[in-house]
Design a binder for this molecule. Structure first.
Ligand code: PLP
Length: 482
């Protein structure tokens, strides 16, 4: 694609500015000479239509959930209803200032308070803070609370946190940032927590355990109550990575499973856009014994008036400026209100049904290492194709040719050549069937004409990018002399 800097011609312009009504001499006298530009800026000189085509062209290079199926496992790329954007855009939400007097923003505070009530009910927790701006920041906040809890009880030596080898990469990263020592445990043959492995690590140094349930293989941790009892008996707490609540809404609550603290991703399960589409929100919720440690301020209600409570001596403090990404909370609130309890339960039922449908129809063509009923997602392995020299990355690139965003690949780490697929509940049967047909077609190509897959993509604007260089030496801006 041609860069805009390479388009146009000298003197061409898309706008006509009125002549300056201040004499040039006067301007020069007002501005110190060192700030005056001597040479004209090296900007492209293009007409309006060239500028419009350039930017619209760029926007069309992007792939989003509004353009097509996006089965990126663990990321819950569900459709984001547009009505939520409109509601977040109401002047009473969009136009407020964080320094406004509490009495003038009662509606906003009420929304935050109500959201805390809803999320508490959905998860079986007692109280939520909307401050964290992402799932990972919710994790960090939750772990800081666990640490503060132990310290407050004179047990500051409890610094070890158990993290299973199937965990999301943010889990060990957050634990490290919180100053905890990570103890990784291996999953069992069935892809779940291995109770014997767990028992080896339950001692007086235990701060807690971080778990995703269902885990990143899409499997429900059926021993969760036993795990909770064992960890609690050893004096530890249970952290739930609740980023993928799509799998349990209205059916199971983390509170009843025995978790003490959880974060949710409003920008996954609760339909707020993410990725390039918008900022995140990772509210963190706790049971009674952790409430004093929540980030402050929290919203409280007294005699019909909402207020921000800063008087919380045990709080871990602020984790984000003001009250979090308020606009995202508004979108998720609108979503919860529109769905209602039955609607949220239906989300989970359909998300799980869709995932199992895909899994059943694809397992004849790709290896399914954990052949069990899954929850909202499942993990295939491209190991059969790998024998023919076709890697999972090749399969992902070939999907681009067919107009799909690929699934998550090479994660979870415990599955070789992993393809992690999450269809979400918002896709139609037709879309799922078309995707299945495409995946089957690619499996055939891998067997019969592997070169086609290995050399993919063939139809995209750019082919295979140097992923390492893109990460180490990103070029994010056009420069005249680069
Ligand atoms: C997405 C995700 C996270 C991290 O959420 P961010 O908002 O990207 O920080 C953590 N855990 C799991 C299981 C996830 O899927």
């Amino acid at each position: 694609m041609e860069l805009i800097f390479e388009q146009g011609a000298p003197g061409r312009t898309g706008i006509r500015l009125p002549a300056a009504d201040v004499p040039e001499k006067e301007i020069e006298q007002m501005i110190p000479p060192k700030y005056l530009r001597l040479d004209p800026p090296r900007l492209p000189e293009v007409s309006e239509v060239e500028a419009v085509r350039h930017f619209v062209g760029l926007s069309q290079l992007n792939y989003g959930v509004d353009t097509g199926f996006y089965p990126l496992g663990s990321c819950t790329m569900k459709y984001n209803p547009k009505v939520n954007e409109e509601i977040a855009n109401l002047n009473g939400f969009r136009g407020v200032h964080p320094y406004q007097n509490e009495d003038t923003v009662q509606g906003c505070l009420e929304l935050l308070y109500q959201m805390d009530r809803y999320l508490s009910e959905i998860t079986g927790m007692v109280k939520f803070s909307m401050q964290p701006a992402a799932g990972a920041q919710g994790e960090l906040s939750g772990l800081m609370m666990i640490k503060a809890y132990h310290e407050n009880r004179g047990e500051g030596h409890r610094t070890r946190i158990i993290v299973p080898d199937s965990s999301h990469g943010t889990n060990p990263a957050s634990a490290q940032m919180a100053g905890l020592e990570i103890v990784e445990i291996k999953s069992s043959q069935s892809g779940r927590i291995d109770l014997d492995e767990l028992k080896k690590n339950l001692d007086g140094r235990l701060a807690g355990i971080m778990l995703t349930n269902p885990n990143t293989l899409g499997l429900f941790e059926s021993d969760i109550r036993k795990v909770a009892d064992l960890v609690h008996q050893a004096g530890g707490l249970l952290y739930n990575d609740g980023a993928n609540a799509n799998a349990i809404l209205g059916i199971a609550t983390p509170g009843a499973m025995g978790f003490d603290v959880i974060h949710l991703n409003l920008h996954k399960s609760f339909a707020a856009p993410h990725g390039g589409g918008g900022p995140g929100s990772g509210p963190v919720g706790v049971k009674e014994h952790l409430v004093p440690f929540l980030p402050k301020p929290v919203v409280e209600l007294k005699e019909g008036r909402y207020y921000l409570d800063y008087d919380r001596p045990l709080s871990i403090g602020r984790v984000k400026a003001f009250y979090g990404n308020f606009g995202v909370v508004v979108k998720a609130y609108a979503y919860i209100r529109a769905m209602g309890p039955e609607g949220l339960r239906r989300v989970t039922e359909d998300a799980v049904l869709n995932a199992n449908y895909l899994m059943q129809r694809l397992k004849g063509y790709y290896e399914l290492p954990y052949n069990q009923v899954c929850k909202h997602e499942f993990v295939l392995s491209g190991s059969r194709q790998k024998e023919k020299g076709v890697s999972t990355e090749d399969i992902a690139k070939r999907l681009l040719d067919y107009g799909y965003h690929p699934p998550t690949i090479y994660f979870p780490l415990i599955v070789k050549e992993a393809l992690m697929i999450e269809p979400t509940e918002t896709e139609s049967l037709e879309t799922l069937d078309e995707f299945i047909e495409t995946m089957i077609k690619i499996a055939r190509e891998a067997a019969q004409e592997p070169e086609t897959v290995i050399k993919a993509p063939h139809t995209t604007v750019v082919g295979r990018l140097d992923g390492v260089k893109a990460a180490r030496k990103p070029v994010l801006r056009w420069k005249p002399d680069a």
